[in-house]
Design a protein around this ligand. Structure first.
Ligand SMILES: NC(=O)c1ccc[n+]([C@@H]2O[C@H](COP(=O)([O-])OP(=O)(O)OC[C@H]3O[C@@H](n4cnc5c(N)ncnc54)[C@H](O)[C@@H]3O)[C@@H](O)[C@H]2O)c1
Length: 265
């Protein structure tokens, strides 16, 4: 694959402080892209620009991006909060903030632009819960989103899975809206990835829980193994790929689907 087309392109990578976002930003810099990072902590990378923005805070997101008018070629949404954080924070960062950020940035994108978002195998059951998710995704403000979840938590379930399911549905909705402007929207579904997030998960939850998602391949992926799928989806090589979920999980989802488990739709 020829990724040299990223040379000179202005791209935004969220969550570039570590893990998948860090590896993606590094690869894009190596390909000559003008990489703008958005995260909590500036990484030791040669970024063209960096915004320290809390993607869980709507005012901070608006302050940083509402009035920008510089053209953006591609967005890599890699920021995310791990499952053990408070539910309200997880929903704010993983869905509400990612959505608001993307909505503001897409105003500066044009035909040929592309957005890819790292979802999770935790969100893979979204097609099974469309009525509930459609209601939640229609909620506009952060406050209403938090109130909705407070009221419906027993139906919605864990905020990490629910937030990723909402992200998936919203991305699929956007793929049919933004393609009218020539902008493609796709997601990837990573399985276990050896990043600081996985380290924290392994320290918090019983070891067999994380180990289960490393089947059948027998190991977690490296962050770098997540990068090429992301680069591909946002490149013109994927010009007819829109509304796709590229599963990058070593076969975990396929194994669960074949066994009739929760990946089945
Ligand atoms: N690691 C895994 O096993 C795994 C599996 C499936 C999906 N994912 C998803 O992949 C994405 C990347 O995760 P990772 O594994 O690289 O984890 P990571 O913890 O290494 O990276 C997460 C990034 O998000 C940023 N971030 C977190 N909260 C933020 C906030 N409030 N505002 C701005 N930036 C914030 C962090 O600074 C960091 O750069 C996440 O969306 C995660 O849910 C990870």
């Amino acid at each position: 694959m020829d990724f040299t087309e990223y040379n000179g392109k202005r791209v935004i990578v969220t969550g570039c402080s570590s893990g998948i976002g860090g590896a993606t930003a590094k690869a894009l810099i190596g390909l000559g892209a003008e990489v703008h990072g958005v995260s909590r902590r500036r990484p030791d990378l040669d970024l063209a620009a960096f915004d320290s923005v809390d993607l869980g805070d709507p005012e901070a997101i608006r302050a940083a991006f509402a009035d920008r008018d510089e053209h953006v070629d591609a967005v890599f949404n890699c920021a995310g909060l791990a499952p053990m954080f408070p539910a309200a924070d997880v929903l704010r960062v993983n869905f509400l903030g990612t959505r608001l950020f993307t909505e503001l940035v897409v105003q500066n994108m044009s035909e040929g632009g592309a957005i890819v978002t790292t979802s999770s195998d935790g969100g893979a059951a979204w097609r099974k819960r469309l009525p509930l998710l459609t209601e939640f995704v229609a909620v506009e403000s952060f406050e209403d989103g938090a109130a909705w979840y407070d009221e419906r938590e027993s139906e919605a379930g864990h905020a990490y899975a629910f937030g990723k399911e909402a992200l998936n549905l919203w991305s699929m909705q956007q793929s049919s809206v933004l393609i009218k402007r020539g902008i493609r929207v796709n997601i990837t579904t990573p399985g276990a990835v050896r990043t600081p997030m996985l380290d924290v998960i392994e320290k918090t939850y019983p070891p067999e829980l994380a180990a289960a998602t490393e089947r059948p391949i027998g190991r977690a992926s490296t962050p770098e193994e997540q990068v090429v799928p992301l680069l591909f989806l946002n490149s013109s090589m994927a010009s007819y790929v829109n509304g796709a979920d590229l599963v990058v999980d070593g076969g975990y989802g396929a194994m669960e689907s074949a066994a009739g488990h929760f990946f089945n739709v």
